[in-house]
Design a protein around this ligand. Structure first.
Ligand SMILES: *Cc1c(COP(=O)(O)O)cnc(C)c1O
Length: 352
């Protein structure tokens, strides 16, 4: 950088967040970024077509009220004022960090988990600290302890890359012990046996974030939201861009969240394939962490995970190789269609 670097010092020090590969050419079986392998409900495309036909010359509804009304009804929330919509749940996470964590203040995350929380802290000039999961993916009690300098804690639940879940009772007691709000990132909750939405009524220290990217098969749409008590949502509202969700995505998201039968059906298919993948990976000699998400974390006792990843990639199968310093590495394989899963498992059986 030249001596006239105009950027804030926090930027010079930080590493950029690197999302999973999105190859733009070639025919990959793509099992690396936990996308849904099935197309979204037809109602979504119909809603986009209708919204586009009505014209885009006006600004969108700044608060995505049609979506929030529909979501409140589907999720059994008291009303739309409990929801803030965003341009993907990543934007929601950004809003939360900007709203709550000041420069030099601390936020906490478990390790290994979603790396983006660290990036958001870095951008803010805040300090992140990690608490390592225990070997069975339980959280040590220390995760719930801290002083007033600790401003925010993140808990992906189900966690990535493990797919493991802390039950709501444990999450509530964690929230009660922490000196700061807790963001429960439920990107994968629709694939799990439990969720923490009810906790927001019991505690003004809990924010629950959701996304349409995974269980609603809309990663390309960019739509997520946060659920919390109305007085908290009102504060977050001040931070967001005026028009953070566009007309087409609001129409699509409203149709998606109403598609409850489609969701149940899709989740059932993903869970069935997940269970087959887990069984077969175990037969192949992997240590498989039982997953409540749409991916499987597996580690082989002898083989190099990096090499397996590279060999799979050469045969046009993309999985995620993840290496967590001081912790270990492994493969995170998204649950695809049965055919995609079979192709991946067959190739792995040949490589081992
Ligand atoms: C995928 C993912 C998100 C991001 O969701 P978007 O709505 O696509 O931004 C957030 N948190 C976790 C843990 C995720 O895996």
């Amino acid at each position: 950088m030249p001596s006239s670097n105009p950027f804030r010092p926090a930027l010079a020090k930080m590493q950029p967040y690197v999302p999973g590969e999105q190859p733009q050419g070639g025919k990959f079986i793509k099992l690396n970024t936990n996308e849904n392998p099935y197309p979204a409900p037809a109602a979504v495309t119909d809603a986009i077509t209708a919204a586009a036909a009505a014209g885009l010359q006006r600004y969108p509804d700044p608060t995505a009220s049609s979506f929030r009304r529909q979501a409140a009804e589907v999720l059994g929330l008291p009303g739309p004022e409990w929801i803030l919509a965003g341009n993907g749940s990543d934007e929601i996470l950004t809003i939360l960090v900007r709203a709550i964590v000041g420069e030099g203040q601390r936020l906490r995350l478990p390790y290994p988990s979603y790396i983006l929380y660290r990036t958001l802290a870095d951008i803010q000039g805040a300090v992140w600290e990690q608490t390592a999961f225990e070997s069975d993916w339980k959280l040590p009690a220390a995760f719930g302890e801290g002083d007033e300098d600790l401003r925010l804690a993140f808990l992906p639940n189900p966690n990535s890359p493990s797919g493991t879940v802390l039950p709501p009772e444990e999450v509530l007691s964690l929230a009660e012990r922490l000196p700061c709000p807790l963001v429960v990132d439920e990107a994968y909750a629709d694939f799990a046996d439990s969720h923490c939405l009810d906790l927001v009524r019991q505690s003004d220290q809990v924010f629950v974030t959701r996304t349409l990217s995974k269980s609603y098969a809309l990663a390309g749409l960019r739509f997520g939201f946060v659920v919390a008590q109305p007085q908290l949502i009102a504060e977050l509202q001040k931070i967001k861009d005026s028009y953070n969700c566009d007309t087409l995505s609001i129409a699509a998201a409203t149709a998606a969240i109403a598609s409850t039968d489609w969701l149940a059906d899709n989740v059932a298919k993903i869970k069935a394939t997940r269970s087959r993948m887990q069984d077969r990976l175990t037969e192949l000699g992997f240590n498989v962490t039982p997953s409540q998400a749409n991916f499987v974390w597996c580690q082989h006792p002898h083989k190099s995970h990096k090499e397996l990843y590279e060999q799979l990639k050469r045969s046009q199968i993309l999985v995620r190789y993840m290496n967590f310093p001081q912790w270990g590495d492994g493969l995170r394989i998204s649950v695809g269609t049965d055919d995609q899963a079979d192709a991946c498992l067959l190739m792995l059986s040949q490589l081992l």
